[in-house]
Write a protein of this length. Structure first.
Lengths: 221, 639
């Protein structure tokens, strides 16, 4: 009990606010009002310890549509800088965008996502990247429910074509779902593409009667 | 803060009206407020008779159909594809939807909140006008469809047939039927019956309108016994009279009628109620004139500043064509009107391309259309066939001149492509250096086709000899016509070769009088109405016009008309050909509208028995004219 109150004191307000959103006693919202947030991070590399988040792009899905007004696009100042990945993402250290510190970015992100269900492509990577950043700043892990479009997509494919061991890239998804690939490799562009892919996949799963309600999405492996 | 997603949405929206009118930052703020919807085939975006959403829509990808009727009784009114707006009701009247919007294929649709867009509608007249027109166009479809056969009756087509200029007359009636305040209901009913109208305007001693009575009032208030026949009209009249000045545009009139839920508008001298009544505009009159007025379309074409907008107009033309076909307007009028509009479209694209190129043409030139468009027989969009001729220049300046016009032609053909004319697969376009030349080079080309005929030359000349001036210096085109007619010598082998090619066209019917369908390829089992039927009639008319040196008679129908005058003994054959051609044009156009293509390949199973017989009847004149050619040019020896 002492430990809890000690922690409580040290946590910044935004983290406490964030945690309170996951209070089980709060009443449930209807299917229609459930808020999803599709997000993507661009990072300096793939090492969870060494590499850092360069930018976060996110956009909300509500009532089966993407709400462009409900979006987030943040760029982070860098201490770790990996010359090699600049080519892909086009975000330079002290480049043209206004940037915020890692802590500020996390605050903006948490205030933005609230208790939404998070959607990302190969979500494990992006979530782990964020969790590591949270950890560096003395905070806990993300509490949100998480959906991975690569997993959902695999399930939407017909059994005959399904290859359980296979992992689909976002490019392959775009091709298969006929999504235009402009702005690939910007966090916001990928978040938007992920959101579109999500709508298309869910619609397909629904039609094929593979899911009845949103909860079913979490059972798919 | 940066918003990449909104920027991408903006990139899309700015290509289309009315968004192209907005300033960059305005559009960006709109883009940031959009909802992106994904709908699968068969999903509804909204349903008829439900309250309207607080947003309107633009198709990003795919196609959304607008339907009238509910459940199993839905009929398609319009299809919106990328860039088309729908669901504009929220902006205009905020009442229940009159149509359903349903995805025809999987689509992505942007929903634009009405609140976000409203300021621009109020501030920007052009935005306002465009939205009104789009809304009106959809609503118009709705009305014409529902009231087909009732209110849009045959009188219209008779009127049109009488004189095309009728279409250009203003749409309100100049001598409204009126009565005075102390007339009885019976008097008024008699008057309405005598004049065959459904309304009477009650005017005071100054001739100011004070009320209106329609059939409905008499039915609801008198026939039910509520008022006696002897009551004065003021007892049953509706005194909510809506008055407008004669400057009222058709779109404004339509919106007014829908908004107030009325069927008649009074036109007064200064537009107010306290002014003399000078006319009446009924919903019916409006429908008749509305959108069916080619002169309005042509005026609009001349005003347009963006090619995208021309594409939109071209779509309107297709609707116009459809309604003409439904009204069974004579083919010759149909061809005239649509050709006028098509030529205005092409001319406007030339003008816009010249503007874009931003330097004056160094010398005089002329842009012409060829083939079916050259004969003014093109109703549906087909491939583009066109050419460019410019003034002669000294040898050393030739390349520079040609390069300028090639660049221009490139822009023109691209523009034509944008509005829906496909590129010609054989590159018979002005952007091809072969068909973008000086007058004397063209003359040489024509002469060589005629003096040393080859198969290719014969084929090309059958396309190039039907040219129509569209833009620039018409004298240059006339020069070319002179060359053609000078070159044709009556005993010339050239005419004979043209004749042979007309006889070698595959025949329409087999030995057992069955339709001959295509045996293989993409169009297997369809009937090729162009090659098997229309081409022979077109070729024969051209050959005989050349034979008679009939300059300036370019259309197949006019050619047969003239030929009948010149050769009275063959008049019956020529009349038959003209008649057959008229029927074939309509067949092809109907089929094209149905299949959304050029209509060339007819699916025989879509035709009724009666239609098949009508089609077969057209083949007799084809045989007759082929025989006539054979005899005239002694083609047996050449074949």
């Amino acid at each position: 009990m002492q430990l809890w109150s000690k922690n409580n004191k040290n946590y910044p307000d935004f983290w406490k606010e964030y945690l309170s959103l996951f209070d089980k006693r709060k009443q449930k919202v209807s299917q229609k009002e459930i808020r999803f947030v599709a997000f993507d991070t661009e990072t300096t590399g793939f090492d969870f310890e060494e590499d850092r988040v360069l930018s976060i792009g996110a956009v909300a899905i509500k009532n089966n549509s993407i709400a462009v007004a409900d979006q987030l696009e943040v760029y982070l100042t860098q201490e770790v800088f990996n010359e090699d990945t600049v080519e892909i993402h086009g975000i330079r250290k002290n480049g043209e965008f206004t940037k915020v510190s890692e802590k500020e970015a996390l605050q903006l992100f948490l205030e933005y996502i609230r208790n939404a269900i998070l959607i990302a492509h190969h979500a494990g990577f992006d979530v782990q990247m964020i969790n590591k950043a949270l950890q560096r700043n003395g905070l806990g892990k993300l509490k949100n429910k998480i959906l991975d479009t690569s997993v959902l997509f695999k399930n939407s494919k017909h059994l005959v074509y399904r290859d359980p061991g296979r992992s689909y890239t976002l490019d392959e998804l775009c091709k298969d779902l006929k999504i235009s690939q402009s702005d690939r490799h910007t966090a916001s562009g990928d978040a938007f593409i992920t959101a579109l892919a999500f709508l298309k996949i869910v619609s397909k799963l629904n039609r094929d009667k593979k899911i009845q309600e949103i909860g079913d999405l979490f059972i798919l492996k | 803060m940066k918003n990449t997603i909104a920027e991408r949405i903006q990139d899309f929206l700015k290509q289309f009206p009315p968004f192209d009118i907005l300033k960059k930052e305005e559009l960006l703020s709109v883009s940031g407020q959009i909802r992106v919807l994904y709908v699968e085939k068969g999903d509804y975006i909204f349903k008829q008779d439900t309250s309207c959403h607080n947003e309107f829509y633009i198709v990003r990808e795919g196609a959304v159909g607008l339907y009238r009727g509910v459940d199993n009784d839905e009929s398609l009114v319009d299809v919106c594809d990328a860039g088309d707006l729908f669901g504009l009701r929220i902006i205009i009247i905020k009442k229940n939807y009159r149509m359903s919007a349903k995805a025809d294929e999987e689509s992505i649709v942007y929903a634009i909140p009405a609140k976000v867009f409203e300021p621009f509608i109020q501030e920007n007249k052009e935005v306002n006008r465009f939205l009104m027109e789009t809304f009106a166009a959809h609503a118009r479809n709705y009305y014409t469809e529902t009231e087909k056969g009732q209110r849009i009756d045959n009188t219209i087509s008779i009127e049109v047939a009488k004189d095309i200029s009728e279409l250009r007359s203003i749409s309100y009636r100049k001598k409204p039927v009126t009565c005075s305040l102390d007339d009885s209901v019976k008097d008024v009913a008699k008057k309405m019956t005598k004049k065959k109208v459904g309304y009477v305007v009650i005017v005071d001693q100054n001739k100011y309108p004070v009320g209106i009575i329609t059939d409905e009032d008499i039915r609801a208030k008198v026939a039910t016994g509520l008022f006696s026949l002897e009551s004065v009209v003021t007892k049953i009249m509706v005194s909510r009279v809506f008055t407008y000045s004669k400057k009222l545009t058709t779109v404004e009139a339509q919106i007014a009628l829908i908004k107030h839920g009325i069927s008649h508008l009074c036109i007064t001298k200064d537009g107010t109620r306290n002014s003399k009544l000078i006319g009446i505009l009924s919903e019916h009159d409006l429908l008749v004139s509305f959108g069916k007025n080619p002169s309005v379309l042509i005026k609009e074409i001349k005003r347009v500043k963006k090619i995208q907008r021309l594409r939109y107009i071209r779509k309107q033309v297709e609707k116009l064509l459809k309604s003409y076909l439904e009204q069974d307007i004579p083919t010759i009028h149909l061809l005239n009107i649509i050709s006028e509009i098509n030529e205005a479209l092409v001319a406007r694209i030339v003008e816009l391309s010249l503007k874009e190129i931003n330097s004056e043409p160094p010398i005089r030139f002329s842009f012409m259309v060829l083939g079916s468009q050259g004969r003014r027989e093109q109703l549906l969009l087909t491939d583009q066939d066109n050419a460019l001729v410019f003034e002669d220049v000294p040898e050393e300046k030739y390349e520079t001149a040609q390069n300028y016009f090639l660049e221009l032609a490139n822009k023109i053909t691209k523009g034509l492509h944008t509005i829906g004319y496909k590129y010609c697969p054989a590159e018979m376009m002005a952007s091809n250096p072969r068909w973008c030349m000086s007058v004397s080079k063209w003359e040489n080309q024509f002469k060589s086709w005629m003096t040393t005929p080859t198969e290719e030359g014969t084929l090309l000349s059958s396309i190039f000899f039907d040219f129509q001036y569209v833009y620039g210096d018409s004298l240059l085109v006339e020069k070319l016509a002179d060359v053609v007619f000078e070159g044709v010598n009556k005993s010339n082998r050239f005419l004979g070769l043209l004749g042979v090619s007309a006889l070698q066209k595959p025949s329409p019917l087999g030995f057992f009088k069955q339709f001959l369908v295509e045996q293989n390829g993409e169009h297997k089992d369809t009937f090729d109405i162009k090659t098997r039927a229309m081409m022979v009639l077109i070729d024969a008319a051209r050959i005989l016009t050349l034979y008679h040196n009939l300059k300036g008679v370019n259309s197949t129908l006019k050619r047969y008309e003239k030929l009948a005058e010149l050769e009275p003994k063959n008049a019956a054959v020529f009349d038959g050909c003209a008649k057959a051609f008229r029927v074939l044009v309509k067949f092809r156009t109907r089929q094209g509208l149905l299949q959304k293509d050029s209509g060339r390949f007819i699916k025989l199973n879509t035709l009724s028995k009666k239609d098949k017989l009508r089609l077969k009847r057209c083949f007799r004149p084809i045989r007759d004219i082929q025989e006539l050619l054979r005899v005239r040019f002694q083609l047996k020896s050449l074949m």
